[in-house]
Write a protein that binds this ligand. Sequence first.
Ligand code: PLP
Length: 141
Amino acid sequence: MLEAKDRGADNGIFIDQRGMVAESSNMNVAFVTKGRVFRHPPFDAILTGITIQRVLQFAERLVQQGELKEIRIADIPVTEGRQAAEMMLIGSSIKVAPVVQWDGQPIGDGKPGPITKKLLEMWNEDTRSATDQLVAVPYPD
Ligand SMILES: Cc1ncc(COP(=O)(O)O)c(C=O)c1O
């Protein structure tokens, strides 16, 4: 992140030795393709964040509602990522945050995209109301 800030950016994206998108300094990275496919790298060499785990459940709901075509967890070459319609950072520090520019080039139309906004709304709503994620804590009297 410090290296990115030195270069005038807010954050950096880790790229692995093969040129595949990995993650960010304390966030996961996802994309929405122009064909409305939700894309995320495989979790074998990156952190399986708690936020992305929940966001993937929301993305599944968007597939059922027809707003996304499908979810594909597979390697994402940098060249593919740069051509995405939407790019987002996902993690407990920033929840779901749109990336509108990467290395000085706009992502999509250079504005926060509709799927990113919807996933953030779903996250916010979930944290206010979800009961399936709550765990009863047996406090002593
Ligand atoms: C390397 C890395 N990736 C992803 C994440 C996101 O994880 P979470 O959603 O649990 O905050 C973190 C969080 O610290 C991280 O350090």
